[in-house]
Design a protein around this ligand. Structure first.
Ligand code: WT7
Length: 636
């Protein structure tokens, strides 16, 4: 992709105006100029938010891996595509060139085919951050199989739910994974999950940690020997623009995760175009996003967006604290990283460790810094700007979601003046709206409301796997003819947006999106528990921490309360994963409820945050007396 960088604010406004006035012309030009198509589209856009139905580039034929791999071979075949940095700093980095990546993806695609995987089949990928994860994703896309990557920190129960929801036939995993000084038995987790997944007929296993694992006869196979035998050319499947590319699960307000479905052409066009502009990517750059590929950030901005641009994308297996808190900066220095993209929670954790970990390294290669996942607080923003960017690298605070596929609101470096805690301006093609509680749009500046998007963009999720009605109810029913994000936002005097946080039952902990419902479901599994309610409260590093209010079936002392707390967290770890463990658990006699029986989380949230006055109107409660009891026993 050649010259389509936005270079200054004036140009941004020009491009933006065009994208709103003539969206179809705008996206068509980008699609035409920068990608390879087997067949051109018949129609750029068709949409109806009431159904909802959105189709981009209808009738076009393509394969995204052709755009991410094949077309680079001639001009940059020997350029590094994936720069793998292992968990252990003593293990050598791997520079995987476009040629090598192409060959490995093709081999893996052929292995999948020989396992009987065909276009449209779902494949579950449960792998750590090792190159095979990227190969597996692209191999699926090569043959038109729909990948469903499950973050390797999820428990066996969570994995099983996701495998069954979209009926995966095959699972790709590894014997285990390295995480700092620990190893994790991934294959054991898969074995446990598969006891509940009757339709999985094969498991391909990457050898990462050389551990002795059990291989189930007829089901499990080591991947390497199959790859060794496989042919390194695999003709890409011809895909329709709107064929599903992948499913990625996100939490919602009911216990069941939502399998967001992303389709091929629009996703490709949008992630590639945003990548190039938001990181001001140039051919010689070394780009590093620290996210895990198990999340949308990794899908769009480690794999697809960078590779569609022929970029070098760093893939890091480890954690920021191993072997010490200098690891990120050591890697930036070692590979001369030019763009660095991470989450506020990581920034806060590193800021706490002091600058001596930074001073040892040369960070002068950095040009652009990114942040994503939750609102960044002012202190963390300045720490990042001062200590990592040395006030020379613009910070792109990128707001988006699993559902949006790509970045929606963000500064464009060197064009948009940044402002701490503000994601600033909508990306070209994105039309935000702030809504009031009565469903009317709030116009003008210096206002706040619920953040909606009122026009389709190419990479929006098209449905929830197997449940279109839930898709409509969740995103298109709160406000007529608009996509509702679930976030609140304010718009300042110049039109910059600041995301203020979730206005629904999703809590973001260390950048992970957690629904309260699945956690409450897990707690309620405990035989002693009658009812529970989870809220978030501010936490220095995690952004939010989880506070649980739990009522027990028998009143009075129930055995040892600390043991009960441990058991509850153990259940959560088993059902969801350690990321959803509660920081505080308070046992209460009751939960404040409205007369219709709804738990008043608003009050519980305030109490957990340490507020003792201003609880709002409690007189309409069914049981106002429990509020005092809860306040008297609040955990500090
Ligand atoms: C939610 C989506 C998309 C990448 C990772 C998260 C919050 C995300 C920002 C930001 C303030 C942000 C929102 C959003 N969020 N980026 N820059 N500023 N909040 O994806 O897990 O689908 O979560 O993350 O609340 O709705 P996700």
């Amino acid at each position: 992709m050649s010259n389509y960088h936005i270079k200054n604010l004036e140009e941004y406004y020009q491009v933006y105006r065009k994208s709103v006035r003539f969206p179809e012309v705008f996206w068509e030009e980008i699609a035409e100029e920068h990608f390879q198509w087997y067949k051109r589209w018949d129609k750029v856009l068709e949409w109806d938010f009431t159904k909802p139905e959105v189709k981009w580039f209808q009738g076009a034929k393509l394969n995204i891996t052709e755009n991410c791999l094949d077309r680079h071979l001639r001009i940059r075949g020997d350029k590094t595509a994936i720069l793998f940095e292992p968990n252990n700093p003593d293990e050598p980095s791997q520079h995987i060139t476009y040629k090598q990546l192409h060959a490995r993806v093709n081999k893996m695609a052929n292995v999948l085919k020989s396992e009987g995987i065909q276009k449209g089949d779902r494949v579950c990928i449960y792998l750590p951050m090792i190159p095979e994860l990227a190969f597996a994703i692209l191999a699926c896309a090569r043959i038109g199989a729909i990948h469903s990557v499950v973050f390797a920190g999820f428990s066996s129960t969570a994995l099983a739910t996701r495998i069954n929801d979209c009926d995966c036939k095959l699972v790709i995993t590894s014997d285990g994974s390295y995480r700092g000084s620990k190893t994790i038995d991934l294959k054991g987790i898969v074995d446990e999950a598969l006891e509940k997944c009757p339709n999985v007929s094969s498991v391909l296993v990457v050898n990462r940690i050389d551990s002795k694992i059990e291989m189930k006869e007829g089901r499990d196979k080591w991947l390497q020997p199959l790859l060794d035998e496989a042919f390194d050319e695999c003709t890409p499947e011809v895909m329709d623009a709107e064929d599903p590319l992948f499913i990625l699960y996100t939490s919602g307000s009911t216990g069941k995760p939502k399998g967001m479905v992303h389709t091929t052409a629009g996703y490709m066009v949008y992630t590639a175009y945003t990548f190039k502009n938001i990181f001001q990517y140039r051919e010689q750059d070394i780009y590093w996003c620290t996210a895990d590929i198990g999340w949308i950030t990794g899908h769009s901005y480690i794999v697809y967006g960078p590779l569609a641009n022929g970029a070098t994308s760093v893939m890091f297996e480890g954690v920021p604290s191993y072997p010490d808190f200098g690891r990120f900066w050591e890697i930036v220095d070692k590979h001369k990283v030019t763009q660095f993209y991470t989450a506020p929670t990581a920034i806060r954790a590193l800021a706490k460790e002091g600058v001596e970990h930074i001073e040892k390294f040369d960070l002068s290669s950095l040009k652009v810094l990114g942040t994503v996942g939750e609102p960044i607080n002012e202190e963390a923003w300045h720490w990042y700007d001062d200590n990592i960017g040395k006030k020379k690298s613009p910070i792109v605070d990128t707001w988006w979601q699993t559902e949006t596929g790509g970045v929606m609101i963000s500064p464009i470096p060197f064009a948009t003046p940044t402002k701490p805690t503000y994601a600033t301006l909508p990306f070209p093609g994105i039309q935000p709206a702030l809504m009031d509680e009565n469903g009317s749009e709030i116009h003008g500046n210096q206002v706040d409301g619920r953040l909606c998007i009122k026009f389709p963009w190419p990479s929006m999720a098209r449905t929830i796997w197997g449940n279109h009605e839930r898709y409509r109810d969740t995103y298109f029913s709160a406000f007529q003819n608009k996509y509702f994000t679930g976030d609140g936002a304010l718009r300042d005097e110049v039109g910059y947006y600041r995301i203020t946080g979730r206005v629904d039952d999703v809590i973001i902990v260390s950048g992970h999106n957690l629904g309260t419902a699945p956690i409450e479901d897990a707690i309620n599994e405990h035989p002693a528990v009658a009812e529970s309610a989870i809220v978030g409260y501010p936490h220095d590093i995690k952004g939010n921490a989880l506070y649980g209010y739990v009522t027990l079936k028998e009143t009075g002392e129930y055995r040892n309360q600390d043991n009960l707390r441990k058991e509850i967290n153990q259940l959560i770890t088993e059902m969801i994963g350690p990321i959803a463990k509660l920081d505080k658990i308070q046992f209460t006699a009751g939960l404040p409820k409205t007369r219709s029986g709804k738990i008043m989380r608003r009050i519980l949230r305030k109490i957990a945050s340490g507020e003792t006055t201003n609880l709002g109107d409690t007189s309409t409660l069914l049981n106002p007396e429990v509020v005092q009891e809860i306040m008297d026993n609040v955990l500090k």
